[in-house]
Design a protein around this ligand. Structure first.
Ligand code: SF4
Ligand code: SF4
Length: 242
């Protein structure tokens, strides 16, 4: 059961919060149990590379893949350790073993970020503060602007790639009543979560929409191209209006 409340106020980047989390705080690690960690493609890539694991190896060891109920897009989530419900990346003494590559929700905490676009396509974002009884970081007297907190937590690439994935999800929701074909699902998984195989398929000219030199792009660039392709070329009205 998740026992948290949001502050009623909506915060902007310029607003200040009071929060500090550090090794040695009385609640150290308490937030790393019973967490619902659903990985975006970029978060999956960062973690998988940090742990030097192949796609299937990672999933077998730490998570599971399923089809999202609403979006019907593939989802990868992390399984907590049975009984203790600890995150599998937690070292009880030292803290997060994948700290440098931890997913965005772990970086953002105690903030939740909401993004929308207006009619002109301009992005708007606001934040809510999450309060949970176990988290004592709120009582630390460290004022910090939200924009500085995001910088401190090195969120910039996460927000960029996760927003791109968010646009894919939004596009899919537009046509939520039309099921995706097996071929579409396979291609979306390949592009979003299986970059080595995606790269190999491009090299072997199995996906003609991508020129051969695309296969030589660095992972992040390839992922960016791939996510745009899913949004603009796979999830189109033409493809989904059948
Ligand atoms: S990834 Fe790290 S910070 Fe996030 S829940 Fe797991 S141990 Fe905690
Ligand atoms: S202050 Fe909050 S985020 Fe930091 S360790 Fe404690 S419970 Fe976790």
């Amino acid at each position: 059961m998740y026992n948290y409340v949001f502050d009623p106020k909506d915060y902007t980047l310029e607003d200040e919060i009071k929060f500090h989390c550090y090794k040695g705080i009385v609640c150290f690690n308490k937030c790393c149990y019973d967490v619902k960690l659903v990985l975006t493609p970029y978060e999956f890539l960062r973690l998988r590379k940090a742990l030097d694991l192949g796609v299937e190896e990672f999933i077998e060891k730490y998570g599971e893949v399923y089809i999202g109920e609403v979006t019907q897009l593939p989802v990868i989530s992390i399984n907590m350790i049975p009984y203790s419900l600890a995150c599998p990346f937690l070292d009880e003494k030292e803290g997060c073993k994948v700290y440098k590559d931890r997913p965005a929700p772990c970086r953002l905490y105690p903030l939740a970020r909401f993004v929308s676009k207006n009619e002109k396509g301009e992005k708007k974002e606001f934040f809510k503060i999450i309060r949970e009884t176990h988290c004592k970081g709120h009582y630390e007297n460290r004022p910090i602007k939200i924009k500085d907190y995001l910088k401190e937590q090195e969120l910039e690439p996460y927000l960029y790639y996760n927003d791109l994935w968010g646009e894919v999800v939004l596009k899919r929701q537009k046509f939520a009543n039309t099921p995706l074909t097996g071929d579409m699902l396979e291609l979306i998984f390949l592009i979003a979560y299986s970059l080595p195989e995606f790269r190999r398929s491009i090299k072997n000219k199995e996906i003609p929409s991508f020129s051969e030199d695309t296969a030589d792009l660095p992972d992040e660039k390839l992922l960016e191209k791939g996510l745009l392709y899913i949004k603009d070329k796979i999830l189109t009205e033409e493809n989904l209006n059948w």
